[in-house]
Structure formats: C-alpha cells, structure tokens
Design a protein around this ligand. Structure first.
Ligand SMILES: [Zn+2]
Length: 346
C-alpha cells in the first residue's frame, strides 16, 4: 500500500529517450500547503532504465494536476473545509452551473470553478456554501438579492428547483422536530442521556453504518445495538454518542421516541407486513457520509457489530435481560448510564 504499481504503459520515455514500458505507480506523499503539512496520494511514472535514483521518475502534466487536486482535497479535509466533490454536490443539489452558483452568491464569475479545481476557499466562503446546502431558504434569499444577474426564464427555473429542495427540507426539519419534542425534558446533559444531548445527525449516521455492516437488521436488534453503543461509549469515554434516553421495556432497552427515529428522513426503513405484524427492515442510506462519527466512536461501533453481528433479535434481547442495567430497573423506568456502564464482556 505504501508504494505500489498501478499499471505498465508502453510509451516514449522522456528520461532515457527510448520507447519502453513505463511503470505508473502510486504512493503516499507529504506536502506543505499554507504552512500545513498534509499527506495525499501521489501518482508518478517510473523508468527502470535510468540508474540514477534522482532521475528515474517523472509526472506528466495531466497527472500533476490530479496530484495537486488530491493534495488540496487532503488539506481541505484536514481543515474541515468542503472538498471539490462536496462543492460540486452543493451546486448540483440546485441544478446550477459553476457560473450560475457564483452569480447567485454574488461572487466573481469564476470563483466556484476555481474552488472545484485549483483554489482553496476561505472559511467565510466555505460557511456560505454549507449554509445554502443545509437551508434552501438561504439559497432563495441569495437568488433574490442577485436576481438581476439572471434572465427571467433562468430565474424561474432556479426558483423552481429551490422550491423542490425547500419541500424536502421542510419535511426533514419537521420529522426532526417531532423527535426533538420527545426530548424536551432532556436538553441538559445528565445520567439519563449519558451527558450528551440528542444528536440526530450522528444518530442517522450510526443507524446507516449498522445497516451497511449487518444484513437483515430489524428494529428490535437495532435499538439494542444503539443502547450498547451508547453504554460502551459512556463506559470508555464518560459520554454517550447519540444522546438518546432509554427505558426499561419487555424487549430490553428502548429509546424514547423509537417510532419517530424510524420516521427520520435520512433513515432508510422498509416496512414488511408479516401476518398481522409490521416488521421494520433497516437499510443503509447511501447519501450519508460518516463524518459525524469520529475515530474512537467508529471503533466502539465496530466492537458492537463484531459482538452482535450474528445475534437474532431474540438472542440480543435475552442477552440484555442479564445486564445489571436491566435487572436493577423496573418496567418503564429510564435506564441511567451509571448502570449502563456496567455492561458485561466489553
Ligand atoms: Zn526510460
């Protein structure tokens, strides 16, 4: 993985000036950008005819551009800025060309085109791009402010696209509010939420991560795995991950508002009718990136997945029934994290 062969290409070698097979190779290299050292994947061509180590590599212009783009993206990731691909996503969300988006925001004609290729955006510009990505109402405000930069027909097309985003945004916002309303009594960190307030972005990411890694994930098992993740996180880091509050129920720990969790826009649930029973099949949401989950949390989730991967719903319910947190609480009671952290075998 450190330095590997991608392919061999027959070409006129600019180093030894013969036609022969050149190796296209990749390696992790370091570069300093704006005073910050970042590691990125670098592609280069290798001539095995040249004996001098300083003169046996070259990088064609097109590959050099690609390398620089990788390096700048690595810098952007390190600094928490949107990558080129993420900026393209924001733009495509509203069906805009590069110059359309620049005009809409009142920026220079080529600003977006530069951010998608060569330049690194300032934090202020980055914040605006995130703002309009998250909130179509803001996009609409910008469009109105810079209305004179568009023809009337173009203006109407963009406005229509923003309206469609707005509809989706409204639905998502409403579903989140419904879940949040269940947590009004838990807006302070406490023993009941594991000293973490409700984090819906992270919750959606975790659910999708579980669904991606586990086949046939259904509601009961998912809810137990969420509890174990929060309990283990509390045990190891003194803090839960999701901010969910769990109650003692027949089937073990169950988060408050569990039906509302499954209704969230970014949670992919397929309802399956099974005799007189509705089963909730949890599937991954491919639009979710996992950046809300940090490396320690990812490690905790992997431990939970490895432990329970092959458990059926009834197995994990049985298992949970033997936890101190379950034995020492009664039906309907909130399960405090001071008991949850006593989970066995972790
Ligand atoms: Zn050569």
């Amino acid at each position: 993985m450190q330095d590997y062969l991608v392919r061999r290409i027959l070409m006129d070698c600019p180093l030894c000036e013969k036609e022969h097979e050149i190796e296209e190779r990749k390696r992790i290299s370091a570069i300093t950008i704006k005073g910050e050292e970042v590691e990125y994947e670098e592609c280069y061509y290798f001539c095995n005819h040249m004996k001098d180590e300083d003169e046996n590599e070259f990088v064609p212009a097109k590959i050099l551009d690609e390398n620089m783009k990788n390096a700048r993206n690595a810098y952007k990731v390190k600094k928490g800025l949107l990558t080129s691909e993420e900026i393209i996503k924001v733009r495509e969300q509203y069906g805009l060309s590069q110059s359309d988006l620049s005009n809409l925001l009142g920026w220079g004609e080529v600003t977006i085109s530069r951010y998608e290729s060569k330049a690194i955006q300032d934090e202020a510009y980055d914040n605006i791009l995130r703002l309009i990505s998250d909130n179509p109402m803001k996009t609409y405000e910008y469009l109105n402010k810079n209305k004179d930069k568009f023809s009337e027909s173009k203006f109407l097309i963009i406005k229509d696209k923003i309206n469609k985003n707005l509809l989706q945004y409204g639905k998502e916002y409403l579903k989140r509010q419904i879940l949040e309303s269940e947590y009004l009594n838990y807006i302070e960190p406490s023993d009941f939420n594991g000293y973490k307030t409700l984090d819906i972005d992270k919750l959606e990411s975790i659910v999708s991560y579980f669904a991606k890694r586990i086949n046939n994930l259904y509601k009961v098992k998912l809810m137990k795995m969420l509890w174990y993740s929060d309990a283990l996180s509390y045990k190891l880091q003194g803090k839960a991950m999701t901010g969910l509050v769990y109650c003692h129920e027949d089937l073990g720990a169950l988060p408050k508002g569990h039906y509302k969790i499954l209704e969230l826009e970014n949670i992919n649930v397929q309802k399956e009718e099974d005799y007189d029973n509705t089963r909730y099949h949890i599937l991954p949401n491919n639009n979710i990136d996992f950046s809300f989950i940090d490396a320690h949390e990812m490690d905790i989730l992997d431990q939970i997945i490895n432990k329970f991967r092959n458990y059926k719903a009834s197995d994990i319910v049985d298992y949970m029934h033997h936890e101190i947190a379950y034995l020492e609480t009664i039906d309907g009671q909130e399960i405090p994290f001071s008991l949850a952290k006593e989970i066995k075998d972790f």
